[in-house]
Design a protein around this ligand. Structure first.
Ligand SMILES: Cc1cc2nc3c(=O)[nH]c(=O)nc-3n(C[C@H](O)[C@H](O)[C@H](O)COP(=O)(O)OP(=O)(O)OC[C@H]3O[C@@H](n4cnc5c(N)ncnc54)[C@H](O)[C@@H]3O)c2cc1C
Length: 467
């Protein structure tokens, strides 16, 4: 207790008391991300407003050897922003200024706590475009997006967050400020330290500022929902679309169960009058005069070639949004209506149908009571594999069985040369499974990198790298 009093006294020297929260409600609120598997138990929540305050917090925590959990919008799905062991949570929510937009360089500089959606909207007002997008855009923060190297629906056209980060300001565990790469597009002078922070899940330091690239906005956009015979039909359709549609920007898979759960629970309009075994939501940019007609002709041809069983092409922004809602709302709907165990894996794109089949067979064989629901960014090989708790099973039994089933899932991922985490990160939830797809040598190199930035191991302790 005295130790915590010392911490609070030293923090208070530079941080006003209203920015240091110790009440139980705040600890519960800021001590976890979207994952409810872990009990939050931080010792204090710090809400810095300046880079100097972040530096002071980290210097103090390093001196007193207190663990630090960087916290963004807490929409993470791997327990990365969870504080379970008396850590200091550093929330960036008060550092949410957009600092500069440079229309010539096509860059935007902002503090780490700015929500993703504000970057998208700010870019729009300058007739520019920030293409990284996913459904938590309103609350997930740029610092969190960079720290998880977030993906989303447009990775097949625009890549992950990594492609859009030009420069970073980060505070290391000792409180030093590093300015990495400024706003340079080219910089081949030695190791790219900026890259190490992208996807590091708060284990190396705290990102306080970022300079991001912007690009030309698409002239328009349409969305297409296709009903398919089976998951085997995904790949021929993807190849066909890639050959015909130059401006394909998303290719998302929705299995029958996810589709009908979201339609039913959200009372959405089913675009089809029949049920299909698999669905694909496609997004295309409309950059040429005849693009919409070309898209209609492409899907007419896909239907004639029996690549699809049914299709709806949006004819207005409102209809495009309706189709997107079906995909956007799946995760939230499943989490609201079921006790659910999530996995976010990737495999090489061409193996997707055989991977799904083998995974479903092996889980059904070992855990016949489980219902497995799959959807995801199939165009880049990323699937969200969800296990729903059967009503007849107790919570304890469910979580225990899921933990066992994870080994079955990850063995299959390993066999297909995939990754145990595609975009949600490793955090606390997947840490003990990382060896399925990363080698001991890789982990040892990661430990060395962590020691270089964080010799006392205070940054997000226990996350990502197993001991
Ligand atoms: C319904 C739903 C849908 C989602 N869809 C997608 C999707 O399509 N694609 C995708 O990639 N993700 C998706 N996610 C996951 C999540 O939204 C992303 O991982 C997002 O990037 C997390 O941002 P955040 O600000 O909420 O980070 P948090 O959850 O707060 O933190 C995530 C990690 O980053 C660290 N961190 C946060 N801020 C900083 C900082 N300033 N400096 C250093 N470390 C920091 C934390 O310690 C933690 O390890 C989804 C989540 C939900 C709930």
């Amino acid at each position: 207790m005295n130790h915590i009093n010392t911490l609070l006294t030293q923090l208070s020297a530079r941080i006003p008391s209203h920015l240091l929260l110790t009440d139980e409600k705040s600890k519960e609120f800021y001590g976890r991300d979207w994952i409810k598997d872990f009990k939050p138990a931080p010792c204090v929540i710090a809400l810095p407003e300046t880079i100097e305050q972040v530096q002071h917090i980290l210097q103090t925590c390093e001196n007193l050897v207190f663990g630090v959990v960087p916290s963004g919008g807490r929409t993470g799905l791997s327990g990365g922003a969870t504080a379970t062991n008396g850590e200091v949570v550093v929330s960036l929510e008060r550092m949410r200024a957009i600092l500069e937009v440079n229309s010539t360089d096509r860059t935007i500089r902002c503090q780490a706590g700015v929500p993703l959606e504000r970057i998208q909207l700010e870019a729009q007002t300058h007739n520019l475009y920030f293409p990284v997008d996913f459904s938590t855009r309103g609350s997930a923060q740029i610092g969190g997006n960079i720290s998880t190297n977030a993906g989303g629906i447009r990775v097949i056209r625009y890549g992950n967050m990594r492609e859009w980060v030009l420069g970073l300001k980060v505070v290391t565990a000792g409180g030093e400020l590093l300015e990495l790469n400024g706003s340079l597009f080219k910089n081949n002078s030695g190791y790219d330290l900026r890259s190490l922070f992208i996807g590091s899940e708060g284990t190396l330091g705290i990102i306080v500022e970022a300079t991001l690239r912007l690009t030309t906005p698409p002239k328009g956009m349409t969305r297409v929902m296709c009903g398919l015979e089976s998951t085997e039909a995904i790949l021929p359709l993807l190849s066909f679309c890639r050959g015909k549609l130059r401006d394909l920007s998303a290719f998302e898979f929705i299995d029958q169960a996810s589709f009908h759960e979201v339609i039913t629970h959200r009372k959405l309009r089913d675009p089809f009058s029949a049920r299909y075994n698999a669905y694909v939501l496609i997004e295309c940019e409309l950059n040429t005069k005849d693009a919409q007609e070309d898209i209609l002709a492409t899907f007419g041809e896909a239907y004639e070639k029996s690549l699809i069983l049914d299709v709806v092409v949006s004819e207005s922004q409102a209809q495009a949004q309706e189709l997107m809602n079906i995909r956007d709302l799946i995760s939230e709907t499943l989490s609201t209506h079921y006790t659910i165990h999530k996995n976010d894996i990737s495999v090489p794109v061409t193996t997707i149908p055989s991977f799904i089949k083998q995974l479903q067979d092996s889980i059904t064989e070992a855990y016949s009571q489980f219902r497995v629901v799959i959807f995801g960014h199939v165009g880049d090989g990323n699937l969200h594999v969800n296990v729903l708790k059967p009503d007849s099973m107790s919570d304890d039994q469910f979580w225990k069985s899921c933990h066992e089933a994870d080994h079955t899932i990850f063995k299959t991922v390993q066999q297909f040369k995939g990754s145990i985490s595609a975009e949600h990160g490793v955090g606390l939830l997947k840490r003990d499974f990382i060896r399925y797809t990363r080698t001991e040598l890789e982990l040892e190199i990661m430990r060395g990198i962590k020691r270089a930035f964080d010799p006392k191991g205070i940054m997000n302790p226990g996350k990502v790298i197993p001991g």
